[in-house]
Design a protein. Structure first.
Length: 399
């Protein structure tokens, strides 16, 4: 039996085991809670209204507990908070401090947490702790909340009826606990959805000895370096080149090739940047929406500023979304497109907006590149405002 087949069978066995355990645990828990629903004021209509109102609250509280577990584990291991998304809310660290915003991505309603390590030493240990923190928090909170609801109902004095407010709290505790247990199972099961690997899938990759674990640690190392303030051109060349090699996961491939594109572009190596950029968009339909937006925005910028292709740049920009985690990327692309479309005044305005947006960016390291690239667009556009008929010159290329 080959090692690849053995790994797949082990992953399948682990998944089936977790699914079976989840089914048993969910069935027993639901049965236990349903049997011990305490007597309360109000009838079936009240119960139904309460259920409809409590379900979304319990869901998002469960998400918050899970993501909080990731962040707490990172904090204990010396990490620094970068981003957390819980349902419609988003909090991220920017150069100007913490920023509260709105999450507009449906695919991220289930939560996301990022924390950068204090150093690049022993990143594998840090990543294992960070990933395990979420499922463990969900498991612990799930048992505590469901247990509290169960004991509360069981020890209610005979003949006593819960008031509506107390019963609402009881229901919210129980539902949040059930969601937490469900999140533990869903996140522990090795799987991929919406372009993201589950905590279990990533932990399984790290636990293996071989290319999968090496790639996982490599990707996290570069992401951590970038988020912690290392400029693109200063990333270790050997790590960038190795990470950008095509692998099995289209999401990881696109993210790492995009990073390699920024690395090469920040060094002024336009031809190399072009190669990485076009490789990154080969599987663009199979990546998460937030990454897809960034890819299209970078493609629009590159086509406009470095290839002087107005039609192609506009078409790419039209496919890019809001780039909500990197607003300055979208604004820089718009500035470049306006420049190549012979609208220098609008290009200057948009370049200024891109520079201002860097103060609100999660991606602190890339902000410095954006400022310089936006300033280059602004300088050329300012010159062209006085010479509107001067044709755009192709940008110099270096290998």
């Amino acid at each position: 039996m080959s090692s690849s087949l053995r790994r797949r069978l082990l992953a399948l066995a682990a998944g089936l085991g977790l699914a079976l355990a989840g089914g048993i645990l969910g069935g027993v828990t639901a049965r236990t809670v349903s049997v011990h629903v305490p007597p309360h004021e109000g009838g079936k209509v009240f119960e139904l209204a309460l259920l409809l109102g409590a379900l979304p609250i319990a869901f998002f509280v469960g998400v918050a507990l899970h993501e909080g577990g990731h962040l707490l584990a990172a904090k204990l291991l010396g990490g620094r908070f970068a981003l957390v998304i819980v349902g419609p809310l988003r909090i991220m660290r920017t150069p100007a401090g913490l920023k509260l915003g709105r999450n507009r991505r449906f695919s991220l309603l289930g939560g996301l947490a990022l924390a950068t390590p204090s150093s690049t030493d022993n990143l594998r240990r840090y990543l294992i702790g960070l990933l395990a923190g979420g499922p463990l928090a969900s498991l612990l909170c799930g048992f505590i909340l469901v247990g509290t609801a169960y004991l509360w109902a069981k020890h209610l004095p005979p003949g006593e009826v819960m008031r509506a407010g107390a019963f609402s709290v009881w229901a919210l505790l129980g539902l949040t606990g059930l969601f937490s247990l469900a999140f533990f199972l869903a996140s522990s099961l090795p799987s991929r959805a919406g372009g993201f690997a589950s905590d279990g899938a990533r932990l399984l990759a790290l636990a293996r000895q071989g290319p999968a674990a090496e790639r996982e640690a490599l990707v996290f190392t570069l992401t951590a370096l970038s988020l912690s303030g290392v400029r693109a051109r200063d990333l270790p060349a050997d790590l960038v080149i190795k990470a950008a090699e095509p692998h099995g996961d289209p999401q990881v491939n696109a993210a790492m090739q995009l990073m390699a594109y920024l690395w090469a572009l920040d060094q002024g190596r336009i031809d190399a940047a072009r190669t990485y950029l076009y490789q990154s968009i080969e599987g663009i339909d199979r990546v998460a929406p937030f990454l897809r937006d960034s890819l299209y925005a970078e493609l629009a910028y590159f086509k406009a500023f470095h290839e002087r292709d107005a039609a192609g740049a506009r078409a790419s920009l039209n496919q890019a979304g809001s780039c909500e985690l990197s607003e300055e990327t979208r604004l820089r692309a718009e500035a470049a497109v306006l420049l190549v479309e012979q609208q220098p005044a609008a290009a200057v305005e948009r370049a200024n907006e891109a520079i201002a947006a860097t103060a609100r960016s999660l991606l602190g390291a890339s902000a410095r590149e954006t400022i310089e690239w936006a300033e280059a667009i602004r300088t050329e556009a300012s010159v062209r405002r006085g010479h509107p008929t001067t044709p755009l010159r192709p940008s110099p290329e270096s290998g």
